[in-house]
Design a protein around this ligand. Structure first.
Ligand code: DMJ
Length: 698
């Protein structure tokens, strides 16, 4: 039976029984035996910022501990995967000619140290020799893809089968996590261990995966996850967490699980979440409890959220770096989640707090709609002039258009801001590469009057899909073209989306493993070509290593890691749905094959990030990001699914790929602010009275 998540009667009942404010919930938790923890953790050092690719120190650390491929990376996964976890023994992929012996596995530091001297020479010799062994010689040459039934012929694609192979990859990843690191926040597939980000864990991987399991109809696995949620998950922990990451992954994951399980109860159906059953509102109760705690981050002098929040103390904590400033993208990419929570619970303060952030940002009057990447929670002012659509900037733009869509296009202010920003991107950040003319979105580290840095984080590759989504509102291009409002601007936006998609795909084609680097640099003219310049890049990427197109691309040694990121396949999914061009599906399939080829871990370890994706065999990083399950595999699955699964004109996916419904604002909600009028120079008339933050050089 389909239940209306906005059913007023049910909502009131839910509020009355469950939502009596944070303190009551804490009491309830205490009565239920979910006591507060006294353990204190040194944070936020152990709270990772997964969004920041500019972690040079960490990159060097990875390089220092990295092992050359093989030890855990199988060059090609073989043997059928589906169902093997039902067996007593995990498959060992024994038929793989591993480049690395088990002795290359990660060891305890003291043991490594002790043996390092004696084996260093041997390893170096081995690595040296490996350079002369072609990948083909390290692979089993036949039936390398038998387990996914791959046809090498392009014409014989069976998308249902391909989709099923994505499910198998999910099952392999999940079952490895379940076996080796159940309940932990982080999973290290190579070491086959887990680690926590809070004393009792935050459910980082479990919660981020809930809706993927629903979509893939993983009833048994979902049941286990729910059991963990109901028995082990508590937010009552003396732990600082990153406000944004916890919102998009945990709050977003719980809310989308609530949405899918109520709106589409046939997806991985469970009995205990049926109406009237004890687990009926489990996801929502956990979401509400978490939302109350996270909201403390907004108790700053300006209303801009602090970078972190202590869950138990309901206390916001400024960033320990960046002069205490928050990341702009982080402060402005929590709105979808809190607005939906407000709609579900009827608690308007969730809405008001996150909406206020948008007003403050706009009052700063970002030049050409492009925001510097830091924002002070104290004064509400930007810090520095660094503008980019990569880390710390990215999802500000994404959430402008998605906020417009979430409330069924009833809040034109966000569409206006999106259009202004996209125009600003065209004017200030778009240029073309040399000699082949690929379209890129560069960065302006010294502000819009400074130089254009021709680099793109992989994170920027959310843009092609988001531009297409904004141009059509989630309809297909063919449908949107028939609407009266369709204009030359929409045509231009779709062209830009296609060009950027092509460049993002080039970032994959450039790499030895076929998996994109964290950051790609480009060759451009001096001065950079303007957006209006003619450009005509090759349609195909010639595989010849000396092909001309490769001259336009460059990946630096610090940037060769691949963190299983989703942005490109995310855009491929939108581009496929919106344009219907089969090539986007084919590219997605090729990407999936590369992940299977180069990131699978032996002994049923699942899949891992890479420290170096530009050598074969690759260097492993020994970490599975939660967004591998939440986003990358989900977008693969959606890309190969029929188009009516999660229709794009009915929902929005948050920046962690958690689907949330579009909804009417109704009587209770409205846009609580207006843009200040600008003068002829674009300056806000009657600007903010907030005190000035001391300036510093950045
Ligand atoms: C995800 O957590 C989100 O997509 C976020 O907006 C950016 N970084 C990661 C994935 O790369």
């Amino acid at each position: 039976m389909i239940r209306d998540p906005f059913d007023i009667h049910r909502k009131n009942r839910f509020q009355a029984t469950t939502f009596r404010g944070a303190q009551n919930i804490r009491n309830t938790a205490a009565q239920a035996g979910v006591g507060a923890l006294d353990m204190s953790f040194s944070i936020p050092n152990n709270v990772p910022n997964f969004g920041a690719p500019h972690r040079d120190l960490e990159d060097r650390a990875w390089a220092a501990v990295a092992r050359r491929g093989g030890g855990g990376i199988i060059n090609e996964v073989q043997g059928r995967v589906a169902g093997f976890f039902d067996q007593e023994e995990l498959p060992m992929y024994k038929d793989k000619p591993y480049a690395y012996a088990p002795s290359m596995r990660r060891r305890t530091w003291w043991r490594r140290k002790r043996i390092l001297g004696t084996i260093a020479l041997g390893i170096l010799t081995l690595l040296y020799l490996m350079r002369f062994i072609g990948p083909g010689q390290r692979r089993k040459s036949t039936s390398a893809w038998s387990w996914i039934g791959l046809s090498q012929e392009k014409g014989s694609s069976n998308w249902d089968e391909r989709r099923q192979h994505v499910v198998e990859a999910f099952e392999l990843s999940w079952d490895a996590y379940e076996r080796y690191a159940w309940g932990y926040d982080e999973y290290h597939p190579f070491a086959k261990t887990g680690s926590n980000m809070a004393p009792k864990g935050l459910g980082w991987i479990i919660i981020d995966s809930l809706d993927t399991m629903m979509l893939m109809n993983q009833t048994k696995r979902l049941h286990h996850a729910r059991e963990w949620l109901s028995k082990s998950l508590t937010w009552e922990q003396n732990q600082d967490v990153n406000t944004f990451e916890t919102t998009i992954r945990m709050l977003g994951g719980l809310l989308s699980a609530h949405y899918l399980s109520t709106e589409f109860p046939n997806m991985a159906p469970l009995e205990d979440d049926d109406p009237g059953k004890p687990g009926e509102d489990l996801y929502l109760e956990k979401a509400k409890d978490l939302g109350d705690r996270l909201l403390a981050a907004f108790d700053s002098p300006s209303g801009i959220p602090y970078a972190s929040v202590n869950l138990e103390k309901f206390q916001g904590i400024p960033s320990h770096a960046d002069m205490g400033a928050s990341s702009t993208a982080e402060a402005t990419s929590v709105q979808l989640e809190f607005k939906y929570l407000a709609k579900l619970t009827g608690e308007k303060h969730f809405w008001d707090k996150v909406e206020k952030v948008m007003e403050i940002v706009d009052e700063n009057n970002p030049q050409d709609g492009l925001v510097p990447i830091y924002l002070y929670a104290t004064s509400g002012e930007f810090r520095g002039n660094n503008v980019r659509l990569g880390s710390r900037g990215d999802s500000y733009y994404e959430y402008l258009i998605k906020q417009y869509l979430q409330t069924n296009k009833q809040e034109p202010v966000y569409e206006e801001m999106w259009n202004e920003s996209l125009q600003g991107v065209r004017k200030n950040l778009i240029t073309y590469t040399e000699p082949s003319g690929f379209t890129i979105i560069g960065e302006r580290p010294d502000g819009l009057d400074g130089y254009l840095s021709p680099k793109m984080d992989h994170l920027v590759c959310f843009m092609p899909g988001t531009i297409a989504l904004a141009a059509t509102g989630g309809l297909t291009e063919a449908e949107a073209r028939k609407l009266p409002g369709w204009s030359k601007k929409n045509e231009g936006d779709m062209r830009l989306a296609r060009e950027l998609m092509h460049t993002c795909w080039g970032m994959y084609k450039y790499m030895a493993t076929g998996l994109a680097a964290e950051i790609t640099h480009f060759q451009i003219a001096n001065p950079p070509l303007p957006e209006s310049a003619p450009h005509d890049p090759p349609a195909d990427f010639d595989p010849d290593h000396n092909a001309k197109w490769r001259k336009d691309f460059n990946v630096k040694s610090n940037d060769v890691h691949n963190l299983q990121r989703p942005e490109t396949v995310e855009s491929l999914f939108y581009m496929w749905r919106i344009t219907g061009d089969i090539k986007y599906r084919e590219w997605g399939w090729e990407m999936f094959r590369s992940f299977m080829n180069y990131t699978a871990v032996e002994d049923g370890g699942g899949f891992t990030s890479l420290s170096d994706a530009n050598v074969i065999p690759p260097v492993v990083k020994d970490n599975m990001e939660s967004f591998w399950l939440a986003e990358t595999l989900k977008y693969m699955y959606l890309l190969f699914s029929p188009d009516d699964l999660l229709p794009l004109d009915k929902m929005v996916l948050n920046t962690e790929a958690h689907p949330l419904p579009r909804f009417e604002m109704g009587q209770m909600f409205s846009t609580g602010w207006k843009r200040k009028p600008r003068d002829a120079n674009g300056k806000v008339i009657g600007g903010s009275e907030r005190p000035k933050e001391p300036t510093e050089s950045t």
